[in-house]
Design a protein around this ligand. Sequence first.
Ligand code: GRF
Length: 205
Amino acid sequence: MPAAPARLVVLVSGSGTNLQALLDAAADPAYGARVVAVGADREGIEGLRRAERAGVPTFVRKVGQFTSREHWDRALADTVAAFEPDLVVLAGFMKLVGPEFLGRLGGRVVNTHPALSPSFPGMHGPADALAYGVKVTGATLFVVDDGVDTGPIVAQVPVPVEEGDTVESLHDRIKVAERAMLVDAVGRMAREGFLVDGRTVRFGT
Ligand code: GRF
């Protein structure tokens, strides 16, 4: 990681509260990273509006704009790479990036998932945890590989399940902890660098 603030490209699909937490943290130069672009796979989402309000360039690459998933993946990789990111943060990005994207940017792409990996991968982490009846769930930040929420783990935070929780109340509480974990871990990655050794991720170089 460079001595200058690390360049973050953040990809979103929804409300973008994790993005907002990064934008807020990055307003302090001591954080060591700044958001240089925000991308999405759909238009009209609050995540893009948050970026616009912060004066950060945005782009949209919709799967449906391309003749194949492979072409979408290449276009997304091209666009993200053009911003020369030190780290790409998938923050509620509801698409799997493909082989071209990972071939070019892999090793510096992280994703945040609202469950304690390896439990409950996929799109419905909070609902699956609730249905299973676990007493503790949480959030996981991991380095993206070619699986679904399977990559080496950077950070995790536990969140107790409370009696009477709904999927929404549980996910809302997970997201509070998730945002703090994301800001802390991305800041450390930016300031200290990180090493991926097999399944182990260490801060520092
Ligand atoms: C987060 O819980 C993320 O882990 C999940 O979707 C949520 C996105 O929230 N995949 P937001 O868009 O950052 O508010």
